[in-house]
Write a new protein. Structure first.
Length: 481
């Protein structure tokens, strides 16, 4: 028996995904993933002080996030993004935990997108149909149809599914500029009731604190494309420019849309679910263009569908990669024989989201309170991977054998420290209840219990399937001798 072992190409043994995402696709993906109009009402309900929170978050969290994404994607290209980066820098368990939190957050977030889509799309049908959003049968059926459509498009492939992302991105642009354009017209014709005092920190800032975590949550998304790293055309050349442009556009849209919402609707009257359409309806009535409400709702519906597609398709790559690494059931790592897409992971993600949609319909309690509770827990789970991302920058920067990647050591240290401190602050402040929360005790039990549950579940999956992976490695090593 020869002791020589023939080299095995890991790349050839792994499933191959198609590189179909160009720079334009990435910019639109970033806009539709980062700029989410559905989180704006929850933030704007706290008044003008949130504008300062936006500016602080853009400088101390969003800009460092862009640096981190470009640097880590340059050093560790490939499918998996936050999962791959934490795994390479901190080890297998931390990589799995990072990816797990990213995925489970989106399993809760996608259902809220479905419900938000239903609430907005009924305005397309014209006046008098708004009540359909409260019809459980209609809302559930519409959510199922949209979710099924998103799964089909993403299973067929990003070459097709990306067009829904692109259409959603275009819809987001048009809807945002229409919202802001109406705001400018209203201010020019009627002035505004806002004063500089509205931008001061309130005497009781308790409710505002939660907004900072939600704002950080609203600014995530630049890392989404790197999760699909093996599906980007020439990623090292394409990604940096797309991150920069997509980030600038998203930041501008967020601040402009928040100001418009505050100008159009009194902060005490902003609904966290229908605040955007509410603002447009109010401004359109004052200007005398009520007919614009239905087209606006249609564009916003496209935007929301694109958001759902981007996060469903992107975050499903996490269990796909985890299945390949055997930390979750291996069948999650299967790709479609015809379309070369991770169809098993997509179907599982959609199935869990559908269950959560149904649970949401049968749950008792106020809709706005339930929405805010889900959103706050999603904030915590979503920001955990960013602890690893910014911590990874610092570990790379302080390594004795540091070799420059895309950025110099000083830039990585600034981005790492700024992003890490801001992320920790965002997670901590998410545990402060928003003004929609009626029962503080129930909210804190939900937040602490939910966080512990999902992290514990990650440990369970890792060590069960991780032990199987170790056994297979040992068996493979024995066979190779």
């Amino acid at each position: 028996m020869s002791s020589e072992v023939m080299p095995i190409s890991v790349e050839s043994a792994q499933p191959h995904l198609k590189r179909v995402l160009g720079r334009r696709d990435l910019v639109l993906l970033f806009v539709v993933a980062v700029f989410n109009l559905n989180v704006l009402p929850s933030i704007a309900a706290n008044g003008g002080v949130t504008i300062w929170l936006w500016l602080i978050s853009l400088v101390l969290f969003f800009w460092p996030q862009g640096i981190a994404v470009i640097e880590l994607a340059h050093r560790y290209p490939g499918e998996g993004g936050v999962y791959l980066w934490a795994k390479e820098i901190f080890g297998d368990f931390h990589g799995f935990l990072s990816g797990w939190c990213y995925w489970t957050n989106n399993m809760m977030y996608v259902p809220t997108v479905m419900l938000y889509f239903v609430g907005v799309s009924v305005f397309v049908l014209g006046p008098g149909h708004e009540g359909l959003a409260d019809n459980r049968t209609f809302a559930l059926a519409a959510s199922v149809v949209l979710l099924g459509l998103l799964v089909v498009l993403n299973v067929v492939g990003l070459g097709v599914g990306k067009w829904l992302n692109n259409i959603g991105g275009i819809g987001t642009f048009v809807a945002a500029f229409l919202l802001m354009g109406l705001g400018v017209i209203v201010c020019a014709k009627f002035g505004t009731s806002m004063h500089w005092n509205d931008f001061k920190i309130p005497a009781n800032p308790r409710f505002v604190l939660n907004s900072f975590g939600v704002i950080c949550f609203g600014l995530v998304g630049l890392e989404l494309a790197s999760i699909m790293g093996d599906e980007i055309e020439n990623p090292r050349k394409t990604l940096p420019g797309a991150v920069a442009l997509g980030g600038l556009l998203s930041g501008f849209l967020y601040i402009g849309a928040t100001l418009t919402l505050l100008v159009a609707v009194d902060k005490g009257s902003i609904s966290v679910l229908q605040g955007i359409v509410q603002a447009v309806s109010h401004m359109a009535g004052r200007v005398g263009v009520v007919w614009i409400i239905a087209p606006f709702a249609f564009l916003l519906s496209l935007s929301i569908a694109g958001i759902g597609s981007a996060w469903l398709g992107g975050s499903a790559r996490i269990p796909f990669v985890a299945g390949l690494d055997s930390y979750m059931p291996e069948w999650l790592g299967k790709i479609h024989p015809t379309y070369a897409t991770p169809y098993a992971a997509l179907i599982v993600h959609a199935s869990v989201s559908l269950i959560l949609v149904i649970v949401n319909f049968v749950a008792t309690g106020g809709v706005q309170e339930s929405f805010q509770s889900l959103l706050s827990l999603a904030v915590v789970l979503q920001l955990i991977p960013f602890l690893y991302m910014f911590g990874g920058l610092l570990k790379i920067a302080f390594d004795e054998g540091f070799v420059r990647g895309h950025y110099a050591r000083g830039t990585l240290i600034f981005a790492g420290v700024s992003g890490l401190v801001t992320t920790i602050l965002g997670i901590a402040l998410a545990f402060f209840p928003a003004q929609q929360i009626k029962s503080i005790a129930r909210y804190e039990i939900w937040m602490f219990g939910g966080t512990i549950f999902f992290i514990g579940l990650a440990a369970f999956f890792f060590f069960i399937y991780g032990s199987r992976k170790a056994a297979r490695k040992l068996a493979a090593g024995t066979t190779a001798i």
